[in-house]
Design a protein around this ligand. Structure first.
Ligand code: PLP
Length: 423
């Protein structure tokens, strides 16, 4: 363990690693571990979608709606069924939208901001609006709430979800807190799955603000890496049970099932919220792209087809995740350098570096040709109070590149830790 070494031992270890680092540097690498995008191989899995509809296909959906024409604001019935399966909710709770769930989240925040929820004052008319942000979290969630000028409050994450003692205390005491981001399954970036207890405590929240909403981003609902599939409770059902039916907006998309940015997205909620959404949506659009909905719904016609398709993704992703984890274990465990969780699904691995070293690690890696997500990115305002969290995205690079990138990374992590211990 580095923390138990003498100064002399630390210096000699550092010298040896610096030599390794220089060797890597001389190779002129250009590797990128920063983007949580599917690889080309994964995108190829969904090419049959293009053959589902041809010039001779029946373009009407099961209730007779013509997909080539205007109408059907909530999306075609088949697509509602598909998302009901993915989100484990009822088809009539679903509104299928365009190509991006993030866009639907932005729109949902906008409605609260411009028109207000449940007859409450629109948030734009309030002096202060606050938002709960479990950290580390998804940078684009935080970008939305920052863009609206909301004050973001960090909520610590435990192994089974956000620290609910903190959340319960805050929402009950402060009616300027209007919302909370959640990625309940295989969270971005830690891969954490919310426990039943956490889901129930969220459903049972007693917020001081009547217009408080939980934004339940179930982006990785079916994105398992292993046969053993993590399950979470159905939040909409739990909210009904808790007599809190208006509390939640749930989101999902097929961005990491079929094509990132070329799939379909959805929001699910109770009847009252849904009617409120439709009041604005019906002014915003005459209807979304029903042809892409039909393509997706026909391709994923039964329950089994989604899970078979996701197994093919897992087969490509699993070796990449395992390679990174194995390299971290091999190079960093004995040195006592940082910690990490092996995710069972999702798109990311989080490395918790020794306090105060994350920025230095990312810089060192960049100088050796390995691009990582900037330190601080998974925090509101890009401020990691401990400067310790680094998010890896192993999906995009080919495995040979990933192998080199992971090795460079562990060299940088050890050098940064040694620098900290020596000074
Ligand atoms: N939500 C989470 C948690 C994500 O990680 C991502 C993409 O990385 C998205 C949403 C984006 O989804 P979409 O492509 O449907 O906008």
């Amino acid at each position: 363990k580095y923390s138990e070494m003498s100064l002399e031992e630390l210096n000699s270890e550092k010298e040896q690693l610096t030599a390794q680092y220089k060797k890597w540097q001389s190779k002129g690498l250009k590797l990128d571990m920063s983007r949580g995008k599917p690889s080309v191989e994964q995108l190829d899995l969904s090419m049959p979608l293009f053959d589902i509809l041809d010039g001779k296909s029946l373009m009407k959906c099961m209730n007779g709606v013509e997909t080539r024409n205007y109408g059907q604001l909530e999306g075609i019935v088949e697509a509602q069924h598909l998302f009901a399966e993915i989100m484990d909710c009822q088809p009539e709770q679903v509104i299928v939208g365009g190509n991006s769930s993030l866009n639907m989240m932005f729109d949902a925040v906008s409605r609260g901001y411009m028109f207000g929820f449940d007859g409450c004052t629109p948030w734009c008319k309030l002096d202060r609006v606050k938002w709960l942000c479990p950290v580390p979290g998804y940078d684009r969630h935080f970008a939305i709430t920052q863009h609206f000028g909301f004050e973001m409050i960090n909520i610590p994450m435990n192994e089974d979800g956000p620290d609910m003692d903190v959340v319960e205390g805050l929402v009950a005491a402060d009616d300027t807190i209007k919302g909370m981001w959640c990625v309940p399954k295989y969270s971005n970036p830690q891969g954490i799955v919310y426990s039943d207890e956490v889901v129930r405590r969220i459903a049972n929240l007693k917020p001081a603000a009547k217009d408080f909403r939980v934004f339940w981003d179930n982006a990785y609902a079916v994105h398992h890496l292993y046969k053993e599939k993590s399950k979470i409770l159905n939040i909409l059902h739990e909210c009904e049970e808790a007599d809190n039916p208006n509390l939640v907006f749930e989101f999902a998309s097929t961005s990491k099932i079929t094509f990132a940015g070329g799939g379909i997205a959805a929001i699910a909620c109770n009847h009252k919220n849904r009617e409120e959404i439709k009041k604005t949506l019906t002014v915003q659009t005459i209807g979304f792209d029903k042809i892409n909905m039909l393509r997706h719904a026909r391709y994923f016609a039964d329950v089994e087809s989604v899970s078979k398709h996701m197994e093919k993704h897992a087969k490509i992703l699993r070796p990449k995740f395992e390679l990174v984890i194995k390299t971290l274990e091999r190079d960093l465990a004995e040195a006592g350098c940082g910690s990490w969780i092996s995710p069972k699904g999702g798109y990311f691995i989080t490395f918790d570096a020794p306090k105060g070293t994350a920025t230095r690690i990312v810089d060192l890696a960049a100088e050796a040709g390995v691009k990582l997500t900037p330190a601080g990115a998974p925090f509101p305002y890009h401020m990691d109070p401990n400067d310790s969290v680094i998010r890896f995205a192993p999906s995009l690079p080919p495995i040979e590149e990933l192998e080199q990138a992971a090795e460079v990374f562990t060299v940088c992590a050890r050098i940064a830790y040694l620098e900290k211990l020596i000074h």
